[in-house]
Structure formats: structure tokens, C-alpha cells
Write a protein that binds this ligand. Structure first.
Ligand SMILES: *Cc1c(COP(=O)(O)O)cnc(C)c1O
Length: 357
């Protein structure tokens, strides 16, 4: 069997969830959209059952996968419904629903629901993707309250730059949010992972941790709260071939790496078809049998090469960690011009193996 796999530590996931709750002092929806950022939504939801206050996903397809597997906790649809036909299913499966646009309001007003809908009314406080304008927010709130279809209304917005700890944009967004919601009763929800970790002064009744659950930092540099996270995914494989090459010999496609000296190269069963970033540069850290080593040459579809010249004990069958406890996914991401979110979501082909159940 091909040795590439992703180990998923569910105990670390629970630790990170608890940290989100402790830091915020709020209830927390575990964001498990996009198959829990590549970690497996159902397994992650099950691992957090009895602990998480609820879950958040991107669309009804993701929510129904959880409901059909017996997950009964609250599930929030982060973009609400995409057309009116979804509303009956939302009602039937007791899903919570973001409302971010006037056309969604109109559909709710015309619906005949079995039970009061739980709405998260989203303000565009400066991200400028979705959300109601500040000037229409209070009126939308009142329409929801008046239409007879809606129970609780949570007041929410989303932060664009909370990962930049010295940027004033987060405070500007908070000010607009507070202005738009003034006089409106209801729980509030602003915080994603960088806000939970880095902006403890933001008010919260509900937080929405995503990337931090998986143990990756959303920040470009070191940050004390993020240092308490435990990585959930270890992407690993083994060396399947060894080459001893003299100085001057090229390795891999396009001869991007040329041996600067006599070099031992380990060939690892891991490539961009598994989700390892093709743009990782020479020198990207890789652990071989727990020792530091470096990527050598272009990543190909099914294999990549690592310089093991300084690791005489390493060879055929050596265990290789691409990211996890020793190599931070965020470091590999940064070197590759990406973010850990994308690395995790790109994971494919490798089997996921769960531990800490
Ligand atoms: C994805 C998402 C989150 C989680 O963001 P992280 O940066 O991963 O914590 C929170 N809120 C909304 C609205 C989202 O879409």
C-alpha cells in the first residue's frame, strides 16, 4: 500500500475547540465547512459531539450530510439558502440560517414554516462580499421579527483583517456593527479564529472558530495564543527510493535543484495530487525520521524529493512528515505562497487515519 496518509488527531481538535471557548468566554460554533477544512466533517463533528455548541457549514448539502448521519446539534448555514426551495429543508432539518440579502428576507416572509426559523442576520461591516448595508439592517431585523416565521435573531458580521494585529480595520468594522445594531436586542457574533486569538476585546456571545480548530495559526508571525494550538493533521509518507548523486547533477522536472555537492536524495511518495503544494520552493522543511531535512527540486504529481545528505541513518522506508507537529502547515503554506486553509482543503487521494477518538 502506498504509505502516504493524513493522521487526524481528534483529541487535538477537542483541545483547540476548548481553547476557542476559553479565550472568548462565548459559545462556539465549530466551523466544519469544506469537509472540515479537509479533516473530514462527519468525523470531526462526532469527535466534538457533546462538547460543541453547534456547527457551521457553507451550504445545505454539507448540513444534510451531518443530519443524515445523526448529528442533531445546531448547524448554521453560513450563506443561508441559495434559492427558495431550500427553505423547506432548512425547516424540516431544524437548520440555522444566515440572512445576508433582502431577497432572502422576502422569501422568508412568504414561507409557511413548521417552526420558528433561527436567523443570523449578517451585516456588511466592511468585508464587502455579502451582508446587509448598515442603513437597511434595523429595518431587516424588524421585518424578520414581524413576519411570524422567525424565532431568535443573532446579529452577526464577518471581519476582513483580524489576522493583521496592528490594523485599525477591525475596530472600524466593530464600530459600524455597533452603530447598525444599536437598540436591537439579540446575541452577537463577530469572531473568526484570528479574532478569537488576537482580539480578546471584541464582544461575543457566539464565536465561529475554523482554522484554529485544526491547530493552524491564521497569523503570519508568532502569536502567544496561537502557540497554544495543537496541530490536528499530520501529513506523512515514506521514502520509496534513494539516489546518491555527485555535485552538479539535477533532480526532478526542469532541473530546478542541482546538487551543490555529493548529495543523497530520498524520494517520497507524496505529490501535488495529494495536495502538497506544487509551488513549495527548494529548502521547504520536511522531517525525515524526526530529523530536519529540506525539499529538493520541483514537486511532481505523485512524488517529491528530499535532501538527506546530513541524515546518514535515513533511507528506504524512513518516515517522512510533510506537515504536522514538527513542520507547521502554516510555514509550508507561507513558503509556497499559500495559506494553511488552502493546504488543508486541497488534501486529496491520501487516506485519513483517525486517532484520539
Ligand atoms: C469560514 C468562516 C469562519 C471561520 O473562519 P476561520 O478564519 O477559519 O476561523 C467564520 N465565519 C464565517 C462567516 C466563515 O465563513
Amino acid at each position: 500500500m502506498r504509505p502516504a496518509r493524513a493522521l487526524i488527531d481528534l483529541q487535538a481538535l477537542r483541545h483547540n475547540y476548548r481553547l476557542a471557548r476559553e479565550l472568548s468566554g462565548a459559545r462556539a460554533l465549530a466551523v466544519i465547512k469544506a469537509d472540515a477544512y479537509g479533516h473530514g466533517a462527519l468525523r470531526c463533528a462526532e469527535a466534538l459531539a457533546g462538547l460543541a455548541d453547534g456547527y457551521a457549514v457553507a451550504c445545505i448539502e454539507e448540513a444534510l450530510e451531518l443530519r443524515n448521519a445523526g448529528i442533531s446539534a445546531p448547524i448554521l448555514l453560513l450563506e443561508g439558502f441559495f434559492d427558495s426551495s431550500e427553505l423547506a429543508l432548512i425547516d424540516q432539518h431544524r437548520l440555522w440560517c444566515v440572512v445576508h440579502a433582502p431577497w432572502q428576507l422576502a422569501i422568508i416572509e412568504q414561507a409557511r414554516l413548521q417552526q420558528p426559523l433561527n436567523v443570523w442576520l449578517k451585516l456588511d461591516s466592511g468585508m464587502h462580499r455579502v451582508g446587509l448595508h448598515a442603513a437597511e439592517y434595523a429595518a431587516a431585523y424588524r421585518r424578520l421579527k414581524a413576519c411570524g416565521q422567525v424565532g431568535e435573531v443573532v446579529l452577526m458580521s464577518h471581519l476582513a483583517r483580524a489576522d493583521e494585529l496592528d490594523c485599525s480595520r477591525t475596530e472600524e468594522q466593530l464600530a459600524l456593527f455597533n452603530q447598525a445594531r444599536s437598540g436591537l436586542p439579540g446575541a452577537i457574533s463577530l469572531c473568526n479564529s484570528p479574532a478569537i486569538l488576537g482580539w480578546p476585546q471584541l464582544p461575543s456571545d457566539w464565536v465561529r472558530p475554523g482554522i484554529m480548530l485544526y491547530g493552524a495559526t491564521p497569523f503570519a508571525g508568532a502569536q502567544p495564543q496561537a502557540a497554544q494550538l495543537r496541530p490536528v493533521m499530520t501529513l506523512e509518507s515514506r521514502i520509496i527510493s534513494v539516489r546518491e548523486l555527485p555535485a552538479g547533477e539535477p533532480v526532478g522536472y526542469g532541473a530546478r535543484f542541482v546538487c551543490p555537492r555529493a548529495t543523497r536524495i530520498g524520494v517520497v511518495a507524496m505529490g501535488y495530487a495529494d495536495g502538497y503544494p506544487r509551488h513549495a520552493p527548494d529548502g521547504t522543511p520536511i522531517r525525515v525520521d524526526g530529523q530536519p531535512a529540506r525539499l529538493a527540486g520541483r514537486v511532481s504529481m505523485d512524488m517529491l524529493c528530499v535532501d538527506i545528505s546530513d541524515l546518514p541513518q535515513a533511507g528506504l522506508g524512513s518516515r517522512v512528515e510533510l506537515w504536522g507537529g514538527a513542520v507547521a502547515a502554516s510555514e509550508v503554506a507561507q513558503l509556497s505562497g499559500s495559506i494553511p486553509y488552502q493546504l488543508f482543503c486541497n488534501l486529496k487521494r491520501v487516506p485519513r487515519v483517525y486517532c484520539g477518538v
